[in-house]
Design a protein around this ligand. Sequence first.
Ligand SMILES: O=P(O)(O)OC[C@H]1O[C@H](O[C@H]2O[C@H](CO)[C@@H](O)[C@H](O)[C@H]2O)[C@H](O)[C@@H](O)[C@@H]1O
Ligand SMILES: O=c1ccn([C@@H]2O[C@H](COP(=O)(O)OP(=O)(O)O)[C@@H](O)[C@H]2O)c(=O)[nH]1
Length: 836
Amino acid sequence: MKLKSSEEICISQNHLAQLQTKYMPGNRYSFNSSTPKTRLERLLRERELRKFNQSFHLPNEAKDGNREGDPFGNDSPNEGDNGGVPNEEEFLEGFTTGRTVGDAFERQDARPSKQRLLVVANRLPVSAVRKGEDSWQLEISVGGLVSALLGVKEFEARWIGWAGVNVPDEIGQKSLTKALAEKRCIPVFLDEEIVHQYYNGYCNNMLWPLFHYLGLPQEDRLATTRSFQSQFDAYKKANQMFADVVNEHYQNGDVVWCHDYHLMFLPKCLKEYNTEMKVGWFLHTPFPSSEIHRTLPSRSELLRSVLAADLVGFHTYDYARHFVSACTRILGLEGTPEGVEDQGKLTRVAAFPIGIDSDRFVRALELPQVQNHIKELKERFAGRKVMLGVDRLDMIKGIPQKILAFEKFLEENPNWRDKVVLLQIAVPTRTDVPEYQKLTSQVHEIVGRINGRFGTLTTVPIHHLDRSLDFHALCALYAVTDVALVTSLRDGMNLVSYEFVACQASKKGVLILSEFAGAAQSLGAGAILVNPWNITEVAASIGYALNMPADEREKRHWHNFMHVTTHTSQEWAMTFVSELNDTIFEAQLRTRQVPPLLPTKDAIERYLQSNNRLLILGFNSTLTESVDIPGRRGGQIKEMELKLHPDLKEPLKKLCDDPKTTVIILSGSDRGILDDNFSEYNMWLAAENGMFLRLTTGEWMTTMPDNLNMDWVDSVKHVFEYFTERTPRSHFELRETSLVWNYKYADIEFGRLQARDMLQHLWTGPISNASVDVVQGGRSVEVRAVGVTKGAAIDRILGEIVHNRGMKAPIDYVLCIGHFLGKNFLLNRQLQQEPR
Ligand SMILES: O=P(O)(O)OC[C@H]1O[C@H](O[C@H]2O[C@H](CO)[C@@H](O)[C@H](O)[C@H]2O)[C@H](O)[C@@H](O)[C@@H]1O
Ligand SMILES: O=c1ccn([C@@H]2O[C@H](COP(=O)(O)OP(=O)(O)O)[C@@H](O)[C@H]2O)c(=O)[nH]1
């Protein structure tokens, strides 16, 4: 890190003073005029503070030699054995120590405090290899999730996960726990059977292919369909085991960040244990279209468990959108721009594209050992352009497709055959899963065939390695590459493409990138985007990339380099945690706005003391039987019948027979429906929002205001018929004072679009001047004569009841229970003013 000039530091000190006055006094979220009120304001300020902390504190720390908690703070390339670039051991230390800016607002002195972060992922950043009864060797794990999270140095973090090894004995478990503790890692011990069913089975044979659009097991994988239930049980059991370890180590105020498809059940387990826990969940893979997710037998359970988290994150907006859509279509919940809402509880859903620790790569290129590697590679491949693929040997990476495209290129361009080489690093992964074993032989076979076809006695066109490389070797390879080839069929993000760009400052090579990798959204402008399934297109792109003029390469590289060096893994983690903190704060604010729960004990006591009570009850969604998930199960017919819940019949009868209690059913439903359900009770029925009233022993009378104009009905009916015909599974009800179009069972997104169109027409079309109210419900549109509201009707209803009963004593108790919408607000207000 370069020291800033004194002038810059001086400016920063002024800036500090300003910031301190602006943000520091009092609590982070206290409401005075200078504190941010909206989420965006808060997040913007927090971001500004983060930037400020980075630019202001680091030079001072470097100057003081105070590098505690920041082993890489002063990274002059000449320093230390490693030139300031951490080796893998140190790299790991970097993850486990460090400062935070997440809670900077809470400090008075502008020196941020550390926020404790529990990172929970299936795999620990190190895998353990047993060397003796109680001795262990720890090796860094390979994969994008580990790479990205190791770059996160701003929190006091602990990592909880599986060490990739079965440790059945107590001595082994104790000694491994101790060895891992030095790396601030905490193991979850999974036995072989669980690993087989949970990791190899449910995670990697079921969820992984499904989330990457490869579908559920078919043909030879069909047998696994039968073991689905036991695998799912093991999945839940494994998630609970992770939760138990988190609970054991959790301290108040910790942020718990759960990662990936292995742990979709974890947020629910954690919240069941402690509702106060701050829980975030991030998915590193794509989240597929809801039509794909819908095929999964445990689709609903998994979605609901994830929704227990406070914040749910994805790499791209597309994945976030798919998730919200799955929650609306499969669970019938409300999707909003903020996330998913269920009975007033919001789970925030957003995109947080991951990045890499780009500095680490840039600095590594200057190390002597990397320079030596680079020299060797240049000599080895002199006179040939180098193309590179680096992937785990996984079917989603499109390795066979990549190699076939390269073959096609060689086939069509004989002049390139001795001038280009493809180096493919294929890291073995999930080797216990049969699909992966099959892929390995398939790739070997194709590589052998192509090398046989185009190789000579001294050279082969493809160098294929079934192994991983260490960090330095990888950096050298990235640096000497002319064209990197990423052909994932689907990929959550793909960090290899980022790492390649970070190492290309001098060469400015070309990136050919699958449009189905999340990275295509961020590096799309500089890369050549391809459809990996289209081998002809990929072959042509290889030719284009190899022949690309220097100025075009430079422009493309620069664009991507800027992105990779600014959207780092540190930024990613800090943004996620900062939004998680903010989400919790927002939820607390919202909770304050929700009307408090009825104090049941108090309500009962007062009920017992009172002598002339009035109970006003809604019907639909208040006294009816609940129907299963709407939209999918054919529950429409059942619910349209609107039946009183059988369990309520007995208590309702008792209430109605009590001479001290008057019960009114106040409903939007028409008279017939109320007659069908309540004729046998001694009560008042107020149909169509109170426009019709009857004591069950008497006749219906109307409480409609005089001169209610209903001339508009035919025009509206015409509009409703039109939309009902064009919106499958929608329907409308023609009542005497209103018309209601309901799309609760229709495709929710289509229903909403149709409703928007309909409202537009009603507000601006032929009936725009009629004296009607057009009311937009959750999943309905209602048109009714002006004045037809429960609020307006209640006065007339009360007058009628008091008169009819010849009531002398005042009403001394009113309890109103219903499923109220904003449109009934008037009624609520009136009742609140009633004497109690
Ligand atoms: O732990 P394994 O089963 O050996 O698999 C390795 C990791 O693979 C996946 O990585 C994903 O995360 C990357 C970073 O966000 C992303 O760039 C990439 O597109 C994904 O495939 C998996 O999601 C991890 O959980 C695994 O650890
Ligand atoms: O020999 C190798 C090959 C790959 N990697 C790392 O593995 C990660 C792969 O991440 P990516 O997001 O591309 O895909 P994933 O494997 O997570 O699906 C990258 O950080 C690579 O640097 C590595 O350490 N050694």
